[in-house]
Every structure is written in structure tokens, then in C-alpha cells.
Write a protein that binds this ligand. Structure first.
Ligand SMILES: Nc1ncnc2c1ncn2[C@@H]1O[C@H](COP(=O)(O)OP(=O)(O)O)[C@@H](O)[C@H]1O
Ligand SMILES: [Mg+2]
Length: 361
């Protein structure tokens, strides 16, 4: 899919904007603080009803305004045009697809698959498992239909079980949730495991051109002792769970170890290499999505050239050039992206200055 039109009203420093993006490369050029990241953030906001920069959604509403709106039209793979609109004030979000009100953000997410790469993306390697679980679940959610219903079931059962543990409700009541937890948890676990295997098989296409022969491997950790079934792990952990007041084992503790030459990548490779590796991981995830769904996800890439030397930048841009998806890339100036500009068509360039977004013709 690709966006054929995209509009913004009162989002961060962008008062009004309305563009017709290219189906392939879109370059957004502007000085510091002109509003480049805000444009990407607005596209992301339309696809996820959340931001990659803040958890405080109200901060994205333009200063002095009560609400924001973002809207787009997309051309789906069968050529159909679908319209999206999202309106937000300080209290609520309203989502429309083809003018119909939508209550679930998941419907938006399914319809607008987005992947974002930004200067802090290497958090994926450095920070806690929550980031990696989110990364993993984005992929599984989009390629495995049974995942989301199981995930919802699991979250509900886990919440109830934890509430029993917190309130010292007794073993029997706590364990009355185990059947539901085990059934849904096993579905989550299997689909995550399968996905990590597929991602691993796909990864070298994206990492080898930029990292050479460095061996990159993903080791899935399911969230309990892997020699046990989930059911046995839960049984064994019950005393511990009661002492600590929450469920200590299960898919909510899952993680992926990202290894470079057999060692945790963040302990092994330089910051520049980490950025390249994470970009490779995210692109490989986007590539796998395209392959599995015959659909195409949109890539939002913020300041990819930052901190990369010209040789590494060129390698990375070459990988991007092969993606053949709709991309929105920001940069302070276009020279750093020249290798991509020379090769990728169709393309459009936009300039942003003090929150004004205009096409450069
Ligand atoms: N809610 C808001 N209302 C108005 N302006 C904002 C808001 N949030 C951030 N800004 C301003 O928007 C400007 C653009 O930020 P940003 O998109 O990060 O710029 P760039 O990526 O081009 O460096 C900054 O000057 C920032 O202070
Ligand atoms: Mg920026």
C-alpha cells in the first residue's frame, strides 16, 4: 500500500499541511526544529494513534489549540482507495476509516502498517525487554491472525490472576485462571517462536550488505525455563508468585537476545554498528511483512544519516533503495542522501520550514 494523500492540522509546530506523496521515495528536508520529525510523527500517529516520541499524547497537539487532526488516503494492493482520519483533543481520540467510526485502534494498525526508524531506535538493543517484545509483537501481529485474539485473552487472564495474587485470594482462586492463561499463552509463544525463526532466516539479506560477515542471531526467550512446559513452569512458580504478588513466569516476560558473533550485540559492537544493525532488523521485519502479506508497509525514517560515516551511510542507503516500498525520509540537507536520490524513482522532495510543508518541484 501507499499513501496517495496525507494531511495534518494542528500537530506540533505544523499548523496545516496537505501533500500528495510519491509511491516510493519521499524526502523531507529542513533545518533543525523546522518540523521534519513532526511530519513523520503525524503519519505514525495516524497509523497507531500513538507517538514514537512521547507517551503523553496531548503534547502533540499544537500549542494554543484544543485538538489536532491527521488524515490520509491510501491505495491498497487491489487499487482500492481507502480514507483514514484521526481527530484528537485532550480527552479522546476519534478514528474513521472510509468515514465510518472505528472503536479499535487495532483496526487502524492492521490497515496502516508502519515501521519507524529513528535516532533512538538502537534502544532496542540497550533497553529492557519491553522494547524488544514490542518489536517482536509488531511483526507477529501483522503476519499471524491468531496472535491478537490470543494476546487479548492472555492479557485479560493475566490481569485477573495478578489481581488474585495481589489480594492474597488463595491458591485455588489464583490457579482458576491457569487454564485460560496456558491456552492463550501457548498460542502467543508458538507464533512468536515461529516468527523469530522466519525473521532470522530473512535477516542476512538486510544485514550482510551493511555489516559484512558478522554473524547476527536472534535467540528467542519465551519467559520461563525452556525445559519446562508453560503449564509446569506456572505450577512450579506458584509459591514465588504468591510471595511476590504477581505472575512471575510466562509470555509477559518474553525477550529476544540479539547477538553479534555470539555475544549480546550491545556489549560487542560500536554505536554506529548498533544503529546499522537495528536498522537492518527493522528493515528485515518490514521485508518479511511484505513477503508474508503481499502487502507493503510504509517506512518512516528519521535522520538516518546522523552519526554514520559516508561509507556506512551509502551501504545503508543501498539497502533502502532495494526496499521498493513507500518511504518518508528526513534529512537536514539532501546531499547526504544523494546515493539514494540517484537511484530511486519515483520520488518527491518536500521542504519544511517553521512548520510549513511544501513540495519542491
Ligand atoms: N505541541 C507543540 N506545539 C507547537 N510546537 C511544538 C509542539 N511540540 C514541539 N513543537 C516544536 O516543533 C518544532 C519542530 O520539532 P521537530 O519536528 O522535532 O523538528 P526537526 O525534526 O525538524 O528538528 C520544535 O521547535 C518544537 O519546539
Ligand atoms: Mg528531528
Amino acid at each position: 500500500m501507499s499513501l496517495t494523500r496525507f494531511g495534518i492540522s494542528h500537530f506540533r509546530n505544523i499548523n496545516q499541511a496537505d501533500i500528495e506523496p510519491s509511491s516510493n521515495l519521499n524526502l523531507i528536508i529542513g533545518n533543525n526544529a523546522s518540523g521534519k520529525t513532526s511530519v513523520l510523527e503525524a503519519i505514525y500517529f495516524l497509523g497507531r494513534a500513538s507517538s514514537f516520541r512521547t507517551r503523553h499524547f496531548e503534547r502533540v497537539i499544537q500549542k494554543g489549540q484544543q485538538s489536532l487532526s491527521v488524515y490520509a488516503s491510501k491505495k491498497s494492493k487491489n487499487g482500492q482507495i481507502v480514507s483514514f482520519g484521526l481527530q484528537k483533543d485532550t480527552k479522546k481520540v476519534q478514528i474513521r476509516i472510509n468515514e465510518q467510526k472505528i472503536n479499535k485502534v487495532s483496526e487502524l494498525v492492521v490497515n496502516m502498517p508502519l515501521q519507524v526508524i529513528h535516532p533512538n531506535s538502537h534502544q532496542l538493543l540497550e533497553e529492557g525487554p519491553r522494547h524488544r517484545r514490542r518489536f517482536l509483537d509488531w511483526g507477529v501481529f501483522h503476519v499471524e491472525q491468531s496472535f491478537y485474539p490470543a494476546w487479548q485473552r492472555y492479557q485479560r487472564a493475566l490481569k485477573q490472576r495478578n489481581s488474585c495474587l495481589r489480594n492474597h485470594s488463595g491458591k485455588q482462586l489464583v490457579q482458576s485462571w491457569d487454564k485460560e492463561l496456558i491456552e492463550s499463552g501457548n498460542i502467543l509463544n508458538l507464533s512468536r517462536q515461529k516468527y523469530v525463526d522466519e525473521l532470522q532466516a530473512n535477516l542476512y539479506d538486510y544485514t550482510r550488505p551493511v555489516l559484512g560477515d558478522m554473524e547476527i542471531s536472534l535467540r528467542y526467550k519465551n519467559g520461563w525455563n525452556k525445559d519446562l512446559s508453560f503449564s509446569d513452569a506456572l505450577k512450579r512458580a506458584i509459591n514465588d508468585d504468591q510471595d511476590r504478588g504477581f505472575t512471575t513466569v510466562g509470555p509477559q516476560r518474553a525477550d529476544i537476545a540479539i547477538l553479534a558473533d555470539g555475544v549480546l550485540a550491545n556489549e560487542r559492537i560500536s554505536r554506529g554498528q548498533q544503529k546499522i544493525l537495528v536498522t537492518g532488523l527493522l528493515l528485515s521485519q518490514a521485508g518479511l511483512y511484505n513477503k508474508k502479506t503481499e502487502n507493503r508497509c510504509i517506512l518512516l525514517i528519521d535522520d538516518v544519516a546522523a552519526e554514520l560515516d559516508p561509507a556506512n551511510r551509502e551501504k545503508l542507503l543501498n539497502v533502502l533503495n532495494r526496499m521498493k516500498v513507500q518511504m518518508f525520509l528526513t534529512s537536514i540537507e539532501k546531499q547526504t542522501l544523494a546515493p539514494l536520490l540517484e537511484k530511486t524513482t519515483p520520488r518527491k522532495m518536500f521542504h519544511v520550514e517553521h512548520g510549513n510543508l511544501t513540495e519542491v518541484v
